[in-house]
Design a protein. Sequence first.
Length: 295
Amino acid sequence: MLEMTKGISQERRDYSNRRGGTVKNVGVYNIEVPEGREREIDDVTVQKIYDSLPLHGLIQPIGVRQNDSGLTLAYGEHRYRAWIQRYNESIEDGTLEDGRWGLIPCVVYESGTTDDDLKLLELHENLLRKDLTKSEKDRISAKVLKMLDSGSSQNKKVVKNKNKSMTTFKIPKQKEILELLNVNQTSFTRDFKAYQEQAGINVNWTKLDKGQYDGFIKFFEDRAEASKAEDEQKTNEDNMAKLNKAEKTYNDALIKIHNLVIKTVKDAKAYGLDDKSDSILNTVRKALGSIYQES
C-alpha cells in the first residue's frame, strides 16, 4: 500500500505536535465538515489534488478536532474532498479492498483545543499555499495578527499596584508570528520597517502599544486592498488582450476564407466552369459581410 503521509516533513510534524495534534489515519467518513470555511472551494484545486493522490499520496494531512460527537474538520477541505472522491470511486470500481482510500491521514487535535487555536491553524495552513496572491497573503496575515490579539489570556498581562489591578497589552512573540505567517525574519523585518516609516514611529517590536500593533494589522489590510486592486486591473488588462487576440484571429480567418473563395471562383473560370461563379462569389461576399457586421 502507498504510504499516504510520506511527504510530511519532520518540521511539520513538530509544529502539529506543539499545537497539541497527533498524526493518525482516520476513517474517511467519520469526519464532519462544518459550514463557513475560510476559503471557498475551488474545483480546479480539488481536481489537481485528486490527480496527484495515486502518485504522491497526501503530502500534508488534514486537521480534525476530536469532540464528544466525533471528529470535525479544522482545515484541509480541498484535500478531504479529493480523497472522498477517490474513496467513492474505489467503491464503484471494486478496488476498495486494497485499503488505500478508507483511511485518511489527519492531524487530530483533542477536544481541549480552542476554536481560536483551530482558526489560527486553518489560517496558517492557507498561508502555506504557493498559489496565494499578494492580496490574499496580506489579508490572511492580518487575520492571524488580529487573532493573536483576540483578548485571550496569553496576550494580556495583569499589573497590580496598591490601589487597583489593570490589564495591559502584551505584544505577541515574533517567533510565533513568523511560524504562523510562514515567513522568515528578514521578510518580517522588512514589513515592520515599512510600517514604521509609514506610521512615522521608531519603536522596537517589544515596545509597541496596542494602538501601534493595530496599526501594523491595518498596514497589512491596506496593502491587501491595494494589491487586490492591482490584481483586478491586471486581470482586466489580460482579459482585454485575450479578447483582442481572439478577435484578430477571427478576422484573419474570415479573410482567409474570403481569399480562398475568390481563388476557387477564379480557378473555376479558368477551367470554363464560370456559369455560376460570379453568383457564388457575390453570395459569399454578402455572407462574409454580414458576419463582419455581426462581429
